[in-house]
Design a protein around this ligand. Structure first.
Ligand code: ADP
Ligand code: MG
Length: 257
């Protein structure tokens, strides 16, 4: 489907927020690599999708009224090889933030029910369209954020920064007016204070900055082309792997005008 088909379908359903799956398909149509995911309306559909993708899978609530899914207990995934950390996390975090493994059919059934129950409790009047079942992105990626807003003066403007506290607490971000080329995107990378992390901090290999710059440029073309339709968009996080291994957006949000 083209980007405008996806947007048209959401509008026809009376939604101003694309679902995560729609937003990822839209970005994929512009060549931004995204992780595979499908919508399950029932537990049986969820198991079918999970078997097709192969275990482990990630599962997430799909609701137009729940934009921060983790806050609602709406995200479940396996923490492979992180037994101790998962245990400690389970002890330290409130129950709704617990991540249980979705490693087999039973895990899918449980996660489906738990996600729905948790989200119903979090926001009783939220419309739950179903549950996303998606492939787990490989571990070892550095999480970055690519976002956009429609600036009243400059039009669609793209923001880039590293995920987590780097954007949320330190506001360590850089901006460019869309659209722009891969080489312009490449210039953005050293502009954040935390750029050393992309170059490979603490013995890690350098990240795939070529693939990252290309993805940021492609994102800028998407939001520029769709400027009359899209109010804001973000891919958060994008997992960036070591040089040569590319990247993958594992979450996306697009709000229409
Ligand atoms: P939220 O709506 O809370 O932002 P996300 O979809 O971003 O939900 O999921 C929360 C976190 O779970 C992400 O920041 C990422 O670390 C992890 N995650 C989500 N989807 C995947 C995936 N497909 N593969 C690996 N990790 C994922
Ligand atoms: Mg997210």
């Amino acid at each position: 489907a083209t980007a405008l088909d996806i947007i048209g379908k959401a509008r026809a359903a009376g939604r101003r927020a694309l679902t995560e799956i729609e937003a990822e398909h839209l970005l994929a149509a512009y060549g931004v690599p995204v992780s595979r995911a499908e919508l399950a309306r029932t537990e049986e559909e969820a198991v079918g999708i999970a078997r097709q993708l192969g275990y482990p899978v990630v599962m997430k609530i799909v609701s137009p009224q729940i934009l921060h899914k983790s806050d609602a207990g709406g995200v479940r995934y396996a923490r492979e090889g992180e037994g101790l950390r998962a245990l400690l996390t389970g002890v330290l975090l409130p129950l709704r933030e617990l991540s249980v493994g979705v490693r087999d059919d039973d895990g899918v059934y449980d996660a489906f029910r738990e996600i729905k129950a948790s989200c119903r409790e979090y926001k009783p009047d939220a419309e739950l369209l179903g549950v996303l079942v998606g492939e787990m992105a490989p571990r070892g990626g550095t999480e970055v954020i690519v976002g956009s807003v429609n600036d009243p003066t400059f039009g669609p403007t793209v923001m880039f920064g590293l995920g987590g506290i780097f954007v949320e607490v330190l506001k360590d971000v850089t901006f460019r007016v869309a659209p722009f080329s891969t080489s312009t995107a490449q210039e953005m990378l050293p502009e954040i204070r935390s750029h050393a992390i992309l170059a490979g901090a603490r013995g890690e290999r350098p990240r795939d900055t070529g693939a990252l710059a290309e993805a940021i440029s492609r994102f800028s073309h998407a939001v520029y082309d769709l400027r009359d339709e899209v109010a804001e968009a973000d891919a958060n996080p994008v997992m960036v792997y070591e040089a040569g291994k590319g990247l993958r957006a594992v979450d996306a949000r697009i709000i229409l005008r």
